[in-house]
Design a binder for this molecule. Structure first.
Ligand SMILES: *Cc1c(COP(=O)(O)O)cnc(C)c1O
Length: 494
């Protein structure tokens, strides 16, 4: 997908004719070619305007670039502070800016149109049909929680992932909260939860007054380590206090390894809540991510692979669990000719308008998965041979959506430094989630490592970076990110 700028396509020597320099300009579509000496060092830039002025002054197309006057080029040096590019362009009123190494050899040419637009980590990407579902809801005055779009969205999503039942709610967090409530989690209970995740996986444990116990990741998937889970479950069994539930998270679009996880949880009789907020569209051994636990949840927050601006879904094959979830999420209002309640409920149902957005988004989910995977593939290709990056491993048991392309820096490079360099070029990258067992909120919570001396989650946090991964990134965006990454990483090396 990515076609890297091949810098040699832009290099011309002084014996190059004006005719072939013009042809190079046209082919490269960068608005500039670079005149270099015998050692490949930049002498000056040559633009369309430069050549046109020569021709108007009577030069012939067969003359060489030797007729050009000397003109010390405006450049930035790699390692340059990348954020300077736009400032330098503004100061010298140029739209192209060569990047050169310490000996003056060109590495890249930055274009104004590429350096001044913000690239986000993961932004919403609407399809063609959302508007018609939303319009229909407004036209028919279904501007309320619940309504035909909610029913249809639940059914369509359940069919898509191949599960019996689904309840649409206001957020993924609300769906996790309902799941724990349905499993009877309450004060004094413990709930096991992946440590390497967003805080939304664990907050509902606190909502229910229960105690979280965090489980490390395994290196092969970055998801819950079966080894650590086994120790946690057997320790709990030994003291006669089995956990009430296990929240297993599927990180960055990749499923956890459920065969060993479910075998352990079955053995100890503990139900699994599958936090598939980040993995809708992924698979595990032919089954859809989210459908492997007793209950599963998805998120439709604005940064997820599909969005309703904000929303979530609770799914299960157990129809009773899901109808009870619908009851609890409408204030646990009972069937009576007046407002009657015997237990605490929540206002968690999705609105009919937002469900309309969800229906449109579901129709483009397969395309979004393909685009996110293509983004990952273009990073792999564009950064091939850079051994200071290691990609999040892709497990062979299924297909990851690569919701976010994540990598680790090797050789002691600092993720914060890389992220700052990209930010200076208006490219948003983020650290990998800070594990829950390192959060002040959960200070003192028990934690089970993958190995005695191996805290995988902490290590991934220390070295991990998430790169822009939106399904709406253009090829030019990806070129810009890849080039910025190359510069940032190579400059670190020197
Ligand atoms: C986004 C996310 C959630 C929460 O979803 P919301 O819809 O934002 O409440 C839960 N878990 C994980 C792993 C997430 O990434």
């Amino acid at each position: 997908m990515t076609q890297m700028l091949n810098i040699s396509d832009l290099l011309v020597r002084v014996d190059c004719s004006l005719r072939s320099a013009l042809k190079r300009l046209q082919d490269s579509a960068r608005g500039v070619v670079l005149l270099v000496d015998d050692q490949g060092r930049l002498l000056r830039t040559v633009t369309d305007g430069d050549l046109r002025r020569l021709l108007l002054a009577g030069a012939s197309l067969d003359e060489t670039l030797a007729v050009l006057p000397a003109l010390p080029p405006k450049v930035i040096l790699a390692p340059g502070e990348p954020g300077r590019a736009l400032a330098v362009m503004n100061e010298f009123r140029v739209d192209q800016l060569p990047v050169v190494d310490a000996s003056g050899r060109p590495l890249d040419v930055l274009l104004r149109r590429d350096v001044d637009r913000q690239i986000l980590l993961s932004s919403p990407h609407l399809g063609d049909e959302e508007m018609s579902f939303v319009e229909e809801a407004i036209r028919t005055n279904w501007v309320a929680p619940l309504g035909p779009n909610v029913d249809a969205f639940e059914r369509e999503l359940a069919d898509y992932v191949g599960i019996g039942h689904a309840a649409a709610v206001v957020s993924g967090t609300a769906a996790i909260h309902l799941a724990l409530r349905l499993l009877g989690v309450g004060p004094g209970d413990t709930v096991l939860c992946s440590s390497l995740t967003f805080v939304a996986s664990a907050n509902p444990i606190l909502y229910q007054g229960a105690t979280p116990v965090f489980i490390d990741s395994e290196p092969a998937t970055w998801n819950m380590s079966p080894e650590a889970l086994e120790r946690a479950l057997s320790d709990a069994a030994r003291v006669g206090r089995p956990p009430k539930a296990v929240v297993v998270v599927n990180l960055y679009g990749q499923s956890a390894d459920y065969d060993p996880i479910l075998a352990l949880c079955d053995h100890y009789g503990v139900p699994v809540v599958e936090d598939a907020a980040e993995s809708l569209g992924a698979t595990y051994k032919g089954r859809h991510s989210g459908t492997l636990g007793r209950l599963g949840i998805y998120s439709f927050n604005g940064n997820k692979i599909i969005t309703t601006s904000g929303g979530g879904m609770l799914i299960s094959d157990d129809s009773e669990l899901i109808s009870r979830a619908r009851h609890l999420s409408t204030q646990a209002r009972e069937a009576a000719p007046y407002y009657q309640h015997t237990e605490v409920g929540y206002n968690y149902r999705m609105s009919n308008i937002l469900a309309g957005i969800g229906r449109g988004q579901l129709r483009v989910l397969d395309e979004r998965v393909a685009s996110r995977r293509a983004v990952y593939a273009s990073y792999l290709e564009g950064l091939a041979g850079i051994d200071r990056l290691e990609w999040m491993p892709e497990a062979s048991f299924g297909q990851s959506t690569h919701w976010l392309t994540a990598c680790t820096l090797v050789g002691g490079a600092d993720p914060a430094g890389l992220i700052a360099k990209l930010a200076a070029e208006r490219i948003e990258a983020r650290r990998v989630w800070k594990p829950m067992h390192l959060q002040p909120l959960f200070a003192g919570a028990a934690y089970y490592r993958h190995g005695e001396d191996q805290d995988v989650a902490a290590d991934l946090f220390e070295r991990g970076v998430c790169l822009p991964s939106g399904s709406n990134l253009s090829k030019a965006d990806l070129d810009r990110i890849v080039n910025a990454l190359r510069r940032a990483i190579l400059s670190d090396q020197s």
